[in-house]
Design a protein around this ligand. Structure first.
Ligand code: PGA
Length: 260
């Protein structure tokens, strides 16, 4: 069975004190939790990655960046490179989030270069794709996913499928309180997995965790991650509250225990 991943995308929330407090609480409350096949990740702002790492020392909770530069080093004011993240032992980085695509004009080609840069530095990309409401209503969901997958993975080679995570995040469900139904999400995830099988191979498609993102919360988490092709969540708003985040980690464990 694939790993289940519960990942909190904090976006531009939590300062230094709040990060240390939240991570300390998480470490304590999840201290006894050891479930093979479960990965728990938090993604604070770049500047707070060291504080989060420090507060989580001794726990199995991992840390992710929210972005990375497509350049390795040099005159790129304001950018943060993959080698810098690697030097902090950051294990993951989110790339291609719809907010980066929308507010920073990120293209599939740029996301592709970031994915390659992360793979070159042994950091696991959490690569986001997803359609807008307009595209869904026009019946274009699969065409959009296909063009994002094709562009973002153009020329990318994978060895096992464990070195990449994909997050399906329908743009209309992000931060809106509107969640895709479990059927809508499962359908999109199955489409992505089939595409991966055709583009890579069956083994890679089976190993690669595909997360759902878009208003996931304790009340809908279980139903979503019980679907055969939904392997966890990339959670924004609900990941900012300790109780909610801990509750979704426990849901991940119970789904793992039940098996799907
Ligand atoms: P949300 O955000 O859970 O607040 O909808 C998810 C995301 O943007 O990754």
């Amino acid at each position: 069975m694939r790993d289940i991943i519960i990942a909190g995308n904090w976006k531009m929330n939590k300062d230094a004190g709040e990060t240390a407090k939240f991570c300390g609480e998480l470490k304590d409350r999840l201290a006894d939790v050891s479930a093979p096949g479960l990965r728990v990740i938090v993604a604070p702002a770049f500047v707070l990655l060291p504080a989060a790492k420090q507060a989580l020392t001794g726990s199995r909770i991992e840390v992710s960046a929210q972005d990375v530069s497509s350049h390795v080093q040099g005159a790129f004011t304001g950018e943060v490179s993959a080698p810098m993240l690697a030097s902090l032992q950051v294990s993951y980085a989110i790339v291609g989030h719809s907010e980066r695509r929308q507010y920073h004009a990120e293209t599939n080609e740029l996301v592709r270069d970031k994915v390659q840069m992360l793979l070159d530095h042994q950091i696991i990309p959490i690569m986001c794709i997803g359609e807008t409401l307009q595209q869904r209503e026009a019946g274009e969901t699969e065409a959009v996913l296909e063009s994002q997958l094709t562009g973002c993975l153009n020329g990318i080679e994978l060895q096992t499928g464990k070195e990449l995570v994909i997050a399906y995040e329908p743009v209309w469900a992000i931060g809106t309180g509107k969640t895709a139904t479990s059927e809508q999400a499962q359908q999109a995830h199955a489409f992505i997995r089939n595409w991966l099988q055709a583009r890579f191979d069956a083994q890679i498609a089976q190993n690669l965790s595909i997360l759902y993102g878009g208003s996931m919360k304790p009340g809908n988490c279980e139903e979503l991650i019980s679907q055969p092709d939904i392997d966890g969540g990339l959670i924004g708003g609900a990941s900012l509250k300790t109780d909610d985040f801990v509750s979704m980690v426990h849901t991940g464990i119970s789904v793992l225990k039940k098996g799907k």
